[in-house]
Every structure is written in structure tokens, then in C-alpha cells.
Design a protein around this ligand. Structure first.
Ligand code: PGA
Length: 240
């Protein structure tokens, strides 16, 4: 049985005060959430410690990056043990924004994945194609190449993958659900463990979540913009 993982990615949004306001409205909505859904909030580093004290056990805490060394002279980075010490359970690795703006490569993604697993953090590995790659028919080859490089020596029994077509992120231009389902099926066919949960990400909203989660290959979602507003993230978590 594949796990269902519904994760919010707050990116570089929310002060601690704003995070607390979010929780006040969001938490009561979880009373309706079926227990088998894994709900995750991936928040900025400055919110992690606070949320580790405020979140109920039913919501998992996630970070948005982790370094591959256990410690060292790496200004601006954070280690896996610093995260697990404050009960962080998940970590997003290889988000397209990190690949695009911060020089993340498949090699560094691979190193981060292995370090996360070594410390019992569950990585959410993001893969996906640009608009240009899609238009020139390179979607499959690009994603296969990302998977092949990113997953070298990675344990597929402790892994989540998010298929995030880059052209659908933050644009309101959601990928057709049947197409997302197809690509996720292809990603699964490339894995040695068929039980890896695979999410869809890219303009997931309250008005498309039910259709997305009805697709047989899709095991959850990675939600950016719509996870910032407690009512809309609650609707997503409580999809029908
Ligand atoms: P979006 O972001 O939901 O705002 O499109 C998704 C993501 O970047 O993970």
C-alpha cells in the first residue's frame, strides 16, 4: 500500500507570528482529516523550532533543504542532525527553485538525499521539466535523467518523489490531471521500489485537488501558494 503524503511548501513566506496565525485556523480543520493521510508542513528554517512545539503529532514538520556534511564551514547551510534535533521529519530536496536560482545540480541533490536518509529524514525529491523541454518532446528523457542521477545509492524504501512540471509552478497553469498521472506512472516504472509515494506539484488548488487525488498513480501533492492560506490548505488536506 502506498502512503498518501500531502505537503505544504511555504517557501520564503511567513514570520513566526504569521505561522501562529495560520495554525489557529488550520488545526481545528484537521479533526476531519482521515488518519491515513500524512500531512506535512515544510516551513522556513526560522519557523521550525516554534512549529515543532506547536504542531500536533498528526502534522509532520518538514524543512526545505539540508546539507550533505554533518557539520563544517558551510555558511548559510543547515545539517540533518540540526533538523532532527527539533523533530523535523521530512525535507524537500532538489526543488526547481533551488536548481534554478541556487546552483543545485543532480550531484548535490544526490549528496543531500543520502545525507538526509542517513539521519532518518524522509526526503521529498522534486523532479520535472521546463516548458521548453516539454514543447520539444524532452519531458521523459529529462525526468529519467534526473532520476538516474539523483537516486544513485539512495534507499528507495525511505523516499517520496514529487513530480513538479516547472511551467505549472506558481502559474495557475496546472498540468492536465491525466497527463500528471501518465508522467507519474512513468516515474514509477523507473523505480526499483513500486511503493515510493509520488506526489504531483504545480498550482494545486482547492478547486482541482479532488480531481488530482482521484488519479490512480498520484499519491499526494506538494502545494506552494495554496498552502499559505489555512482555509485553502485545509480544503486540500481534506480532499474528497
Ligand atoms: P505552487 O508551488 O503550488 O505555488 O505552484 C508548488 C511548489 O513549488 O512546490
Amino acid at each position: 500500500m502506498r502512503k498518501i503524503v500531502i505537503a505544504g511548501n511555504w517557501k520564503m513566506y511567513k514570520t513566526q507570528a504569521e505561522a501562529l496565525e495560520f495554525l489557529q485556523v488550520f488545526m481545528p480543520e484537521l479533526d476531519k482529516t482521515p488518519a491515513e493521510r500524512n500531512v506535512v508542513l515544510c516551513v522556513p528554517f526560522t519557523n521550525l523550532d516554534l512549529l515543532s512545539k506547536k504542531l500536533p503529532a498528526s502534522v509532520h514538520l518538514g524543512a526545505q533543504n539540508v546539507h550533505w556534511e554533518s557539520e563544517g564551514a558551510y555558511t548559510g547551510e543547515i545539517s540533518a542532525s540540526m533538523l532532527t534535533e527539533i523533530r523535523v521529519r521530512y525535507v524537500i530536496i532538489g526543488h526547481s527553485e533551488r536548481r534554478q536560482y541556487f546552483g543545485e545540480t543532480d550531484e548535490t541533490v544526490n549528496q543531500r538525499l543520502k545525507a538526509a536518509q542517513q539521519f532518518d529524514l524522509l526526503p521529498i525529491l522534486c523532479v520535472g521539466e521546463t516548458k521548453q523541454q516539454r514543447d520539444s518532446g524532452e519531458t521523459e528523457t529529462h525526468i529519467y535523467s534526473q532520476l538516474d542521477r539523483d537516486l544513485v545509492d539512495v534507499d528507495q524504501s525511505a523516499l517520496v518523489i514529487a513530480y513538479e512540471p516547472i511551467w505549472a509552478i506558481g502559474t495557475g497553469d496546472t498540468c492536465e490531471v491525466s497527463e500528471a498521472n501518465r508522467v507519474i506512472g512513468l516515474i514509477r516504472s523507473r523505480l526499483s521500489n513500486q511503493d515510493v509515494p509520488i506526489q504531483y506539484g504545480g498550482s494545486v488548488k482547492p478547486n482541482n485537488i479532488d480531481a488530482i487525488m482521484a488519479q490512480p498513480e498520484i499519491d499526494g501533492v506538494l502545494v506552494g501558494g495554496a498552502s499559505l492560506e489555512p482555509g485553502s490548505f485545509a480544503r486540500i488536506v481534506n480532499y474528497q
